[in-house]
Design a protein around this ligand. Structure first.
Ligand code: FAD
Length: 406
């Protein structure tokens, strides 16, 4: 039962002593995606007999571990339209929640150090413009003028030839996104149960029947699975397979410095990206660890490699200290596009394959999955992201726009 409806103890969410015997919808995973789907199910579809089950704590998965880059400069028409819809939701989200998400539009540069990279940037810029997304190819003079502190020769071995500049590129406070969606769902009647692990899923004659949890069985006919790095484990509970493979993705932050870096800078060739948070910390990331591993441990090798490449771009940072590093479990797909929608198991909906790029999709994923679950019909924005595409070889090739840039 609800301890308090009015949150007198000042907490963001109600807590419950017990689970109910049954819910209209059970959402597995209280990351941004699961909580956003719960929020839109309640707000837009009036479905509130919903529980969100989380084995750890709200936002403790990749949502609270990511480097918060929001952008829509993808390369496929499906990707551009989808992420652009997300940006439009992001822009109003703080007001929607009455909670400051520190959403900050900064501009996003993807540097090109080779002629072939320049060609890809030009291609992306053209696709983006075609769909009304602000992106353009800029030359070295433009970049140097905007970023006078950057070494354009990158230590002499990877000179910057140009960049894809994407003005809407933004960052946000990741934990607050999970809290905002969670609080909004909670206030509309959704139950969020932390420290409650799903250990099994019951399927009868091809239809969802319920979930087994660490706190007992719950009956339901609709499950939304939004567990990112745990997707293969959950899929095995319903005898489904996907081409998802799990790789660690690491990141780190520096001690705070005075504001000096407004935009987000990404270099695919150097495998690095950097932005400066509202607190002044430099938020630094790289590409995936090169091996499959279901773990969130991080390594010294990563810190050393990433620091070396960042110093090629910004040599003056050599005395700045690194204060934290960590890893998340990225659920990678072969075409770097997500897997969303219905599955061959009736009532089992999937929101997965978010790899290194899913934070920016949190609002639109929640909205489109809520629609899909509520109406049992696939939202038009996500038809190209189906699980089925791997069987019919109809991939949505997003790799050249999704890797490293996040
Ligand atoms: P999560 O936040 O991982 O939530 C899933 C939840 O499911 C977890 O809390 C987990 O505990 C829970 N769960 C798992 N199994 C069970 C179970 N059996 N029972 C109950 N609960 C369970 N994306 C971007 O767009 N921009 C970026 O800059 C960016 N940078 C990144 C940097 C790093 C280091 C990492 C790791 C990821 C980055 N990403 C980025 C990707 C992004 O973080 C994820 O794609 C996104 O957060 C996924 O959100 P989610 O809600 O689907 O998953």
């Amino acid at each position: 039962f609800a301890l308090s409806r009015e949150h007198p103890e000042g907490r963001m969410f109600r807590t419950y002593a017990d689970l109910k015997d049954s819910y209209d919808v059970v959402i597995i995973g209280a990351g941004g995606h699961g909580l956003a789907a719960a929020y839109y199910l309640a707000r837009d579809h009036g479905i509130t007999n919903v529980c969100v089950l989380e084995k750890g704590y709200i936002g403790g998965g990749n949502t609270g571990r990511n480097t918060t880059i929001v952008r829509s400069n993808y390369i496929t028409p499906e990707g551009v339209r989808f992420y652009d819809a997300s940006i439009k939701l992001w822009e109003d989200l703080s007001e929607d929640f009455d909670l400051n998400l520190f959403y900050s539009r900064r501009g996003h540069y993807t540097l090109a150090h080779t002629d072939s990279a320049l060609r890809t940037m030009r291609w992306r810029a053209e696709v983006n413009k075609h769909y009304g997304v602000e992106s353009e190819l800029v030359g070295p003079e433009f970049i140097q003028r905007e970023l006078p502190m950057m070494d354009m020769s990158c230590g002499g071995h990877a000179p910057v030839l140009g960049a894809l500049y994407h003005a809407p590129g933004a960052i946000a406070r990741h934990d607050a996104v999970a809290w905002g969606y969670g609080r909004g769902a909670d206030r509309r009647g959704v139950e969020i149960h932390q420290k409650t692990e799903v250990t099994g899923i019951s399927v009868n004659s091809g239809k969802v029947h319920g979930v087994q949890t660490s706190r007992g069985f719950i009956h339901t006919e609709k499950i939304l699975c939004a567990v990112a790095g745990s997707t293969p484990r959950l899929l095995s509970m319903v005898d489904l397979q996907s081409p998802i493979y799990i790789h660690p993705l690491q990141a780190m932050v520096s001690e705070p410095t005075k504001p000096w870096l407004n935009p987000i800078i990404v270099s695919g060739s150097l495998h690095v990206y950097i932005s400066q948070s509202a607190r002044g910390e430099l938020v630094l990331g790289a590409s995936l660890d090169p091996y499959e591993l279901h773990s969130t441990r991080s390594t010294l090798d990563f810190t050393e490699g990433l620091s070396a490449h960042i110093l090629e771009l910004f040599p003056f940072l050599s005395h700045v200290k690194i204060v934290r590093q960590w890893a998340g479990m990225a659920d990678m797909t072969p075409d770097f596009a997500p897997i969303m929608g219905k599955t061959p198991v009736e009532g089992f909906y999937l929101d997965a394959g978010w790899g290194t790029w899913g934070f920016k999709a949190t609002p639109v994923a929640g909205k489109t999955m809520a629609h899909t679950v509520a109406s049992d019909s696939i939202h038009p924005l996500i038809t190209k992201f189906s699980l089925e595409r791997f069987r019919s070889y109809a991939l949505t090739g997003e790799k050249s726009a999704a890797s490293v840039g996040h």
